[in-house]
Design a protein. Structure first.
Length: 210
């Protein structure tokens, strides 16, 4: 079964405490709360695309399962966590080349196109094809390698995960929703600043000596 969200976990906790702390018959009111919390995973829609923090793993939602592009050195732990997120016992490994098809996914030699619903925007996973063609045909371009040059589509590539960590992406009728690890953690003192390439001057103001 799919994992439950934070609010579902809160309902389970509250329902269990209600059952355990009271002795009167109205303590049974905790049972519906507990059941609702356990069923809350049904309202949690997993991302359509997942990109690991090093871009060695890219997952595409295929119906109720997951199809994964795996590069050398990819984390097996992350791959297992992704399968549990979808409530699946495993995933399907995308071939390195050639055609592949699954629910919502169509792959050719150079690209994979993901469109989870007819009214949802399409995303393109680059597997060697020229970025220019994908940028003109999709709302989102995903790549394990840097996508150089101007791209009209939104891009999640090796540069994006280097700056902002892992990404989760939803393809919704209203557009593309992207959540990075950095955006989820917010601007806090313990969150590292955005890295800059070597040789690039820091954007931080110079320190003053008193």
């Amino acid at each position: 079964m799919p994992p439950i969200p934070a609010w579902g976990l809160g309902l389970c906790t509250f329902g269990t405490l209600w059952l355990c702390l009271w002795r009167a018959r109205w303590r049974l009111l905790g049972v519906p709360l507990l059941l609702l919390g356990l069923a809350s995973g049904a309202w949690q829609r997993p991302p359509d695309i997942l990109v690991s923090a090093d871009a060695r793993l890219i997952g595409l939602r295929a119906g109720q399962g997951l199809a994964v592009q795996k590069l050398a050195g990819a984390s097996g732990l992350t791959r297992g966590d992704w399968s549990r997120l979808y409530g699946a016992t495993g995933d399907t490994l995308l071939p390195k080349a050639g055609r592949f098809s699954a629910e919502g996914i169509a792959c050719t030699t150079g690209t994979c196109v993901l469109q989870p619903a007819p009214d949802a925007p399409a995303a393109v996973l680059l597997r060697g094809a020229a970025p220019a063609e994908a940028c003109a045909a999709a709302a989102l371009v995903v790549s394990a390698e840097p996508v150089r040059g101007h791209c009209a589509a939104q891009v999640v590539d090796r540069f994006a995960v280097w700056r902002n960590g892992a990404h989760a992406i939803w393809l919704e009728p209203g557009g593309v929703r992207v959540l990075s690890d950095r955006a989820a953690r917010g601007t806090r003192p313990w969150v590292p600043s955005v890295p800059v390439p070597r040789g690039t001057p820091s954007q931080d103001p110079p320190a003053t000596i008193e």
